[in-house]
Design a protein around this ligand. Sequence first.
Ligand SMILES: [Zn+2]
Length: 354
Amino acid sequence: MAKTYHILGSPQKWSVLRRLLTLVCICLCVVLVADLSAQSTKKTILCSTSIIADMAQNIVGEEIDVQTMVPRGADPHLYEPKPSDMQRIKDADLILINGLNLERWLEKLITNVGVSERVAILTEGVQPIRSAEHEDSTDPHAWMDVSQASMYVENILKALRKAGLDSAKIEERYRDYQSKLSSLHQEIQQLIQSIPADQRLLITTHDAFSYFGRAYDLPVNPLMGISTEAEIRSLDLSLAIQKIAEKKLNCIFVEHTINPKLMRQLSTDMGINLGEPLFADALGSKDGPAATYIQMMRTNTQRIVSGLSKPQISPEKSSDDMGFLSILGFFLLLAVPFTLLAYVLNHRNKITHV
Ligand SMILES: [Zn+2]
């Protein structure tokens, strides 16, 4: 009897191979379904600002989906909620906000949607700075002091635990991040101390650096109040001009979310430098120098130290100085041949007398 050959071997082998392929397909389907299921059940944290979102992301990693309401580079004081924000508030498992009236627009939405129990206020426990002019008003920019930012991070972990969203990995990342913040706080303290004593004054557009000034021993003088909604008063402007002149300040600063026109004009009129923009209320682009909260604080500190340590650039003053140096140089050049001539003449007289 003639022997039958199959292209893949004997029919028994082909049957085994077919069963194996079926098994592999089933396994792949199970993995795919499990992955899709995990994605659909992934919890969501909604954060009011990009700074808070970065802190949360550092702790939760990829375990939880972290979303931001006010995007990078945008001003949280002036943010206008979009219709889609309402749905995001409804869907979020946890909502993290700064509090201290930074996000009044968001607090109203949360009340309307009726999800107040899912909200964690990260400034709970911080030492607030009260407004000098309005007793009931508090400065919301507490994250500008890294030791207070540690309190934010502690509050995030407490909120995760309360919502049942924490894990061993989250606890581990929390400890690592707190350690980084502690080192950053010390680093900023040391860097700010290197600013010359006569230049220790930070003039910015809006009052976002009071916590920074209190923590790192740097007096601040903003031109407007704690919100960018306020307008600059002529009295505040004239007081700032007076201080710049009295201190012979090297540099003034503007925040990157604020129009630099006024500060640019002021620096030109007074013949002083306008420092590189500071990051106050939002992170910068992902590929920029303030992509994360830690980078933002480090960049701000380096720019403040660099700006206040540079010599003052005054076009008028420098041209006067150049004129004076030129005249001095001219007389010195003339003095050399005249001195030589006088010496030779004097020497000749002595020879003649001898
Ligand atoms: Zn602000």
